[in-house]
Design a protein around this ligand. Structure first.
Ligand code: AMP
Ligand code: FE
Ligand code: FE
Ligand code: ZN
Length: 287
């Protein structure tokens, strides 16, 4: 049996790079984590693992442990659910097919949104491409950055509060699997699935959905996250306690794209150890 090394915190298990909607390279993200005193950090770009190698190299050269992760898009009805997937096998065929499908749908969707927005504002597809690193998972944040570059809005927040609103005229949904399918795929790929910011403004998922996710192998909840609201956190804390689930805390750092700061929430050494013991698709990289 492989021995699982323990890690020492502080640990931040949710950070984004330019491989999705962060504004820094994976190496810069790990350097930011290190500056903020972290000893363990995960890279969790949306629907891609392409930043892992650079992040692992940067983290270990700074004396940090790198925990490979991804934030998989899912959808329940109209609402967008994010499933953090730690230690997945990046080459698992089923998971790869799913992330390829999501990313290609994100591309089509961003083009359609650009067309719609372009009818009313001076922005087109090339402006969005200019804000996106080649091969990155495209999202509304890149459209927001194009709107900022064109002087239409001041920052991403203003774009999300107005033009990019999910209930607005320009919004187009992306393809994403239901949350139970997402959890099942992460488990099949040897990963540890944890619901990201599970108690945000949209509220906690209905209990029957959570039950089915748990049956599929859901490991826990990201309870310490700035977008979670206290009422939902209380409900999930109780559930986590009763079912002995993993609970994490993270920043959801996006570089300059959000005010979130590395290490603003952290995950306990005990919980990191449980994730390491449970994941079999890939391994943490130690300095
Ligand atoms: P999408 O998945 O393309 O619909 O875009 C959602 C992404 O936008 C999430 O991953 C968030 O990181 C980001 N996001 C949501 N709201 C905001 C905001 N107010 N400011 C900056 N980024 C945001
Ligand atoms: Fe994001
Ligand atoms: Fe998220
Ligand atoms: Zn995130």
């Amino acid at each position: 049996m492989p021995s699982v090394r323990t890690v020492q915190g502080p640990s931040d298990l949710h950070l984004h790079s330019v491989h999705s909607d962060g504004t820094e390279s994976p190496g810069e993200v790990m350097a930011a984590a290190h500056r903020h005193g972290l000893r363990t950090a995960a890279l969790t770009d949306h629907d891609t693992t392409s930043g892992w190698a650079e992040a692992a190299e940067a983290a270990t050269s700074l004396g940090m442990t790198f925990l490979p992760g991804m934030e998989l898009s899912a959808e329940h009805g109209w609402r967008s659910i994010h499933v953090l997937a730690y230690l997945v096998d990046p080459d698992h065929a089923g998971l790869r097919a799913m992330t390829d499908r999501i990313r290609s749908s994100r591309l089509d969707r961003a083009r359609t949104m650009a067309e719609r927005i372009g009818r009313d504002y001076d922005v087109d597809w090339s402006d969005i491409v200019a804000q996106t690193q080649d091969g990155a998972t495209v999202g509304r944040p890149h459209i927001a950055d194009a709107l900022v570059a064109k002087g239409v809005v001041r920052d991403r927040t203003e774009a999300f509060d107005g033009i990019l609103r999910a209930d607005g005229d320009y919004y187009v949904a992306l393809y994403a699997p239901d949350p139970v399918t997402a959890v099942r795929l992460v488990v099949e790929a040897g990963g540890v699935p944890i619901i990201a910011h599970p108690a945000g403004r949209a509220g906690v998922l209905p209990m029957p959905v959570l039950e089915r996710m748990l049956e599929a192998g859901l490991a826990g909840f990201e309870l310490a996250h700035r977008e979670n609201l206290p009422d939902g956190v209380r409900v999930l804390e109780r559930l986590a306690h009763d079912r002995d689930l993993i609970v994490t805390g993270s920043s959801d750092y996006h570089g300059l794209g959000k005010p979130n700061v590395p290490g603003e929430n952290t995950t306990s050494d005990e919980m990191v150890a449980r994730i390491l013991a449970r994941g079999t698709g890939s391994t943490a990289v130690h300095p």
